[in-house]
Design a protein around this ligand. Structure first.
Ligand SMILES: [Zn+2]
Length: 48
């Protein structure tokens, strides 16, 4: 899984490759992506 640093869209590599043969966000085309673990929920949410 990857997350776009611009729009926050998360997507899989296969999805991305359907749109571009490149490392880009399928939604906005931005090229700064962060790799995240598949299906993992971010753990930095604190209980309030
Ligand atoms: Zn994006």
């Amino acid at each position: 899984m990857y997350v776009c640093m611009r729009c926050g869209n998360t997507f899989r590599r296969e999805e991305m490759e359907e749109y571009f043969k490149d490392f880009r966000c399928p939604k906005c085309g931005y090229r700064i992506l962060k790799k995240v673990r598949s299906e993992a929920v971010p753990r930095h949410v604190k209980a309030v």
